[in-house]
Design a binder for this molecule. Structure first.
Ligand SMILES: *Cc1c(COP(=O)(O)O)cnc(C)c1O
Length: 381
């Protein structure tokens, strides 16, 4: 699919395209600077609008959505569309697949997306081909004749890195719509549309909102026809964000560059400490020089992110005990908040069985690295 968006609508008025993303994330999506205007968009709490204009009804339009969408669009290089959750965004994207169509999806990816695809396959709505997303030759072969290629990179929670430019080219050559779940990387570290993807999907619940107080999702596309098709699904399937959630997500997004810088440097520090710990058998973090995804991540990401995973010699009970023994780290699911969190992913029945039982996923926050390591170190003992 060729991008058919006028680039002048991507960058908000008054902003030049050469600004650094860390500047764009602060200033995009704000009201025009006219006397007495507020600095930011406020959430509008109205289920409908006075007749005679274009807005119509509260399920179609809200100023708080538009501000968030403009900002995400400016960062990803497309037009944004917010949804009630990351899964609502994923479901709208999957609904683009024609009935009886085929989706190529990673063997390891966010468990909820894989479960959604399995549910749709079980009803006969579509078929799914699972591939190892790091095996570019296998993905390129599988995508021939497919309708959609679903990529996640780095993958949750295996931390595999997909060759996005190569796979996007293969997907497009095959006529498939190429989707990238960009939740782990965030729009600041990776811009899949610039690498050939058709649609970027986010769980804005995670790094974008960043404070573990919102459930929200988004898509960004540079194709007007895809944007229109997705907007139609949002209004007809009804998975719209609440105005307050969109407001909170945008408020959180303003500090993403700062949060990420700190969390990412903490993650790199902890990855190294874990690597040196005698009870740790494997550390999965693309920032480590020996990680299988390191070289590729270095070419397509501007940083390695703040999520990592580690294993403890196959001992699931020990891994579970570690998660239950921290006092600073929060034992909880989810990720991308300012608070460091950890979890043994296989505690969930829905998690893919090829994810090791002893794999612990760390979502590294913005606390002091020495405090984070001290707590993890005592939990490991
Ligand atoms: C959390 C997550 C989702 C789902 O998003 P929700 O906001 O929880 O619905 C999708 N993809 C990835 C990679 C995630 O981590």
């Amino acid at each position: 699919m060729t991008p058919d968006l006028d680039p002048s609508t991507v960058v908000p008025a008054g902003m030049t395209p050469d600004l650094d993303p860390s500047t764009v994330v602060v200033h995009a999506g704000r009201p025009a600077r006219v006397p007495d205007a507020p600095l930011g968009e406020s959430p509008v709490f109205s289920s409908t609008y006075i007749a005679g204009g274009n807005r119509g009804y509260g399920r179609f339009d809200n100023d708080a959505w538009a501000a968030l969408e403009t900002t995400l669009g400016a960062l990803e290089g497309g037009r944004g569309l917010s949804f009630a959750s990351g899964m609502a965004a994923a479901a709208a994207v999957c609904d683009l697949v024609p009935v009886g169509g085929r989706v190529v999806a990673p063997q390891h990816a966010y468990s909820g997306v894989l479960a959604l695809l399995d549910q749709q396959a079980a009803t006969g709505r579509l078929t799914v081909t699972r591939v190892s997303i790091t095996d570019s030759a296998a993905v390129s072969a599988a995508v021939v004749g497919a309708d959609m290629l679903w990529i996640e990179s780095p993958t949750n929670p295996a931390m595999e890195v997909a060759d996005i430019p190569l796979l996007a080219a293969a997907g497009r050559a095959a006529g498939a719509t190429v989707v990238v779940d960009n939740t782990f990387a965030t729009p600041l570290l990776q811009q899949p549309l610039s690498m050939g993807a058709d649609i970027v999907m986010h769980s804005a619940t995670k790094f974008i909102a960043g404070h573990s107080d919102v459930v929200l999702g988004a898509v960004v596309t540079a194709s007007d026809s895809l944007w229109t098709a997705l907007e139609l699904r949002r209004r007809s399937l009804g998975a719209i964000p609440g105005p307050m959630e969109a407001f909170l997500a945008l408020r959180g997004l303003r500090t993403l560059a700062l949060r990420l810088e700190k969390a990412q440097s903490n993650a790199a520090f902890l990855a190294q400490r874990l690597l040196e710990h005698p009870r740790v058998s494997l550390v999965r973090y693309p920032g480590l020089a020996d990680d299988p995804g390191h070289a590729l991540a270095a070419t397509q990401m501007s940083g390695f992110g703040a999520i990592l995973a580690f294993e403890v010699g196959g001992d699931a009970a020990y891994a579970q005990k570690i998660c239950e023994s921290t006092t600073l780290w929060v034992h909880a699911t989810s990720l991308g908040g300012v608070e460091s969190m950890l979890e043994r992913r296989r505690r969930w029945a829905i998690e893919v069985p090829t994810i090791p039982e002893d794999l612990i996923r760390l979502s590294v926050g913005i606390e002091h690295p020495a405090d984070l390591w001290a707590d993890l170190h005592q939990a490991l003992s």
